[in-house]
Design a protein around this ligand. Structure first.
Ligand code: COA
Length: 712
């Protein structure tokens, strides 16, 4: 196994190959093998280019070879592109061994995407066994600006800049190159993943997170393969630069097959979205928004605080902008005295100096300049949104030259965005200013969503600086040996679930408090145990054949005395025997009746994509109706778990509303960490669900009334 530094150096060769070979290069202009060599030549790649073709001696000025093995010089060929038909791809891969190629980009289609999984696997296994990695197959090649390498059959003119694109879809990836061109978004690299048979997003992020030429990473993803690694790499990357993810596919299939509430509530997109939030990934609703965010995040200076100012010449758009700020989490500066001091010299009496600052239609474009200058110079103002509605005092040329001048002067000091509404002249000005890289928009929601995403990153950085790095498991003890023994017994018994008393013992070993309980095997001992526990008590059937105890009439609550115990004993036995005459009954559990206060649910489950995940939300019998739950990838951080609690509608109730006391939130977090620790330690545990976990007032802890545990 290689360590992190080695890994970085290896992935470096994909982005900074010293020399490249093209197997299947062609002199036929209609062929992909021609276009790739042509694009490499036009891109100005500085390394050596080796076209491989059985017939040609020379191609576009490069000496051609019959096979990569025929190259006699000692140059390191770090990258080989393969563009020969599918049946001969494996042979082509084999020829790369002699030159110790590091990355093979398989352009060829016709593998797992049409069911040829075996052929694809063979290629990857061969390559990996020989120290080579495969990108693709089924890709259009790669573009890497810093290496002057356009090893693709996409466009030959790719705008250069600071956004790295990673796309699982080749067609969309190629289309995105066109879209970025239209939007004046320059690319640092464009790497498609195709069938993602070997190299995946995580590999690319390992490099891009430290690549100085990349300021923003935009990923189009269809499916997640190694989710746990992706989470870890994304968390590291988003500490350094913004990552925007567009994901297709919102399948509920996984949820339908689930065997617990946690499972049925964790539809794949809910979990995906929650994990992306946890990793501070930006998730736009569509491609247009993704491109706007990418451009803005790559170019804007970082704000130094939360106070935003809206400068407008129209009251109505000012109010709309204030609404948009609320929607996207942009905070408007509201210190009236400062607003008065800064803006009153520039605003007519019939305007407004309450944020939004309404300079009115009387003030021309020069009025904006004065307000922006004053805002930039004031230390308590951190970002500026300029809104304008076209009127007779506006003209295209003045708008162009003034905004260009303002932006040159102040655009790198504080975040400033411009939104202008109007006809042809305004549209022309916007187009021109956009082409200069100025953040100017024809729609305020689009503009303010960009600022909102910038602030999302700003807050994340502040949060990272203020939270401690150590894990929160240090003071938590769990009797793992005890749990191991129970799991072994369940396995020996060939079961996939734990019986109630096993689940109780497991909770006990995990330090998760449950109500007192003892299993009685006859009526007399049931009475004795009830006295020992204290009135009132509940009685529950214990049988491995009866999983849904209430449905079988196996549960009676609130028993107050001996007679009620004896009556309940007979009633439970009778209805359970009727429910399943062959059921093996171990006895009846006598449990402490606990006072139900705030009911929560805590779940832990293995997600097919992301591995162990956690869930928290409103508990009790209505969980699936309320659907008030939040998810996280496995975490031992109190801070991250608190983030999950805060996402639920239940959270304000936990804080105490209408004179109610605050609930024991620390104890809830403690239970969630214990569930996480069991999931981490025991791979065979697939689902843990505690429902309800009753939360008492602060300092009085929690109680797990019921626990369901499933194993592989
Ligand atoms: N080594 C080197 N070159 C070889 C070779 C070998 N072992 N065997 C054949 N070649 C040459 C061929 O002679 C040909 O060169 P020529 O034009 O001088 O004759 C060249 O390689 C290409 O082979 P050819 O059989 O003509 O294939 P092709 O160009 O028609 O198609 C692919 C090859 C890879 C383009 C095609 O199979 C394919 O997969 N197309 C889809 C690609 C795609 O869309 N990818 C996903 C994008 S999102």
């Amino acid at each position: 196994m290689c360590d992190q530094t080695e890994k970085y150096h290896v992935i470096k060769y994909l982005f900074e190959p010293r020399h490249v070979a093209i197997i299947g290069a062609s002199a036929n202009k209609k062929k992909i093998g021609f276009k790739i060599v042509e694009n490499i030549r036009l891109g100005g790649f500085k390394g050596k280019v080796y076209p491989i073709n059985p017939k040609e001696k020379e191609l576009m000025g490069f000496k051609a070879y019959k096979s990569i093995g025929d190259i006699t010089d000692e140059k390191e060929i770090d990258m080989a592109l393969i563009c020969v038909p599918e049946p001969i791809v494996l042979d082509a891969v084999k020829t790369c061994v002699s030159k110790k190629v590091k990355y093979i980009l398989v352009i060829t289609s016709g593998f797992s995407e049409i069911g040829k999984n075996k052929e694809e696997k063979e290629i990857v296994e061969f390559a990996q066994d020989h120290g080579m990695r495969i990108l693709g197959p089924n890709i259009f090649g790669a573009f890497i600006n810093k290496s002057d390498l356009n090893a693709s059959f996409a466009s030959s003119i790719i705008p250069k800049g600071h956004v790295a694109l990673i796309s699982q879809s080749g067609a969309l990836g190629a289309a995105l190159i066109g879209e970025t061109g239209e939007e004046n978004i320059g690319l640092s690299s464009m790497i498609p993943l195709g069938n993602k048979a070997d190299v995946d997003e995580s590999d690319l992020l390992e490099y891009l997170m430290d690549d100085e030429s990349t300021k923003v990473i935009l990923i189009y993803m269809e499916g997640v393969k190694n989710g746990e690694r992706l989470i870890s790499v994304l968390k590291k990357t988003t500490q350094k630069k913004p990552v925007i993810v567009i994901k297709s596919g919102r399948s509920k299939k996984g949820a339908l097959a689930a065997a617990s509430h946690t499972g049925s509530l964790s539809g794949s997109d809910e979990v995906f979205q929650a994990i992306m939030n946890q990793c501070n990934v930006h998730r736009p609703e569509d491609i247009a928004m993704a491109l706007q965010w990418a451009k803005y995040l790559a170019e804007s200076p970082v704000p130094k605080g939360e106070n935003s100012i809206i400068i407008t010449n129209g009251g109505g758009v000012g109010v709309m902008a204030a609404d948009a700020c609320e929607k996207y989490g942009v905070q408007l500066f509201d210190n009236y005295q400062t607003l008065y001091d800064v803006f009153s010299p520039f605003v007519p009496e019939f305007g407004s100096i309450k944020n939004p600052i309404d300079i009115t239609g009387q003030v021309g474009i020069e009025g904006y300049e004065k307000c922006i200058q004053a805002s930039v110079n004031h230390p308590d103002i951190h970002s500026i949104i300029c809104l304008g509605c076209e009127h007779a005092l506006f003209n295209e040329e003045a708008l162009k030259t003034t905004i260009e001048r303002i932006h040159k002067k102040y655009g790198k000091i504080k975040p400033i965005l411009y939104v202008f509404y109007g006809g042809k002249a305004i549209k022309n000005a916007i187009k021109h200013l956009k082409s200069l890289g100025i953040p100017i928009y024809g729609d305020l929601y689009q503009a303010i969503s960009c600022l909102g995403e910038l602030y999302k990153d700003y807050r994340h950085k502040i949060m990272l600086e203020s939270t401690t790095k150590e894990l929160d498991t240090e003071n938590i003890e769990i009797n793992y040996d005890g749990i191991e023994k129970i799991l072994h017994e369940v396995k020996e018994d060939n079961r996939k679930f734990l019986l109630a008393d096993e689940a109780r013992r497991m909770m006990d070993y995990a330090g998760i408090p449950m109500p007192k309980s003892i299993i009685a095997t006859n009526m007399a001992s049931a009475v004795e145990f009830a006295k020992e526990i204290g009135w009132p008590v509940a009685m529950k059937i214990v049988s491995k054949d009866i999983l849904h105890k209430s449905d079988a009439g196996g549960v009676v609550l609130n028993l107050e005395n001996e007679t009620e115990i004896m009556d309940a004993w007979q009633a439970i036995m009778l209805s359970c025997r009727k429910y399943d005459p062959l059921a093996k009954i171990k006895g009846i559990e006598i449990c402490e009746m606990i006072k139900i206060e705030t009911e929560t649910i805590v779940g832990g489950r293995r997600d097919p994509n992301f591995g162990p995940t956690l869930m928290f939300g409103s508990g009790g019998i209505y969980v699936e109706i309320l659907k008030d739950v939040a998810f996280r990838a496995l975490s031992f951080s109190r801070h991250e778990i608190m983030g999950m609690l805060k996402e639920t509608r239940l959270y304000p109730l936990l804080l105490g509303v209408r004179g109610e006391t605050k609930k024991d939130i620390n104890a809830i977090v403690d239970i969630i960490i214990r569930v996480a620790m069991i999931l981490r330690k025991f791979d065979q545990v697939t689902d843990i669900e505690i429902n309800p976990l009753v939360a008492y007032e602060e300092g009085r802890g929690v109680k797990a009334v019921d626990a369901r545990i499933l194993i592989k």
